[in-house]
Design a binder for this molecule. Sequence first.
Ligand SMILES: [Zn+2]
Length: 197
Amino acid sequence: MPTNKPAYIEESCLVVMIASCLETPHKETGGFLIGKGQKGRLIFGQRMDCLTLNTAYPVLTQESGHDYWLPGNLSAYNRITDSIRSMGLDLVGEYHSHIGDGSKLSIADKRFIQDEHDRFRSKGFEVSNWIEIVLNISEKRYSRKQARSFGCHLFRNRIRITLKGFRDPRIGYSVTIAAYWFDHEKVAFQEAPLYLP
Ligand SMILES: [Zn+2]
């Protein structure tokens, strides 16, 4: 796998990730990513081989706090992965939020991803190109009232989403999204360029 292979986030996947992370903006959250590899997808006028992320599934049975996120019930967790697979869909990785800590993977994140990969393998399926998406949420406070707005732009391989005035006219959120490939043979992580429609 070329390590700089891009990941393309479809709108439906982005909406679920953003809404699920902003459901609890003071607590981490996370879930699974469903997608598939695509050859020659047209992205900004160029044909690229990429991983297309079709949708995300937020895990409901989780334990989380300001700086951690874990499956709260292993049987429930297994039922999610089993049902996704029995519908013939490919699990390609996971996403989780950070609360103002930046969008880099922590040491605990890297250990968790490795364990997840091994756990899936022990259940008889391997995610060969694992991708982990991190969404860092920063709350913004404004002195003046802000109109309800949504902004989205790409910068340095990442995506930044800005939402203003939807809950309180003086509060907004900035969400920075980064993606990382996990190479389980080399036990290495590499940032993946992200694209949107
Ligand atoms: Zn993390």
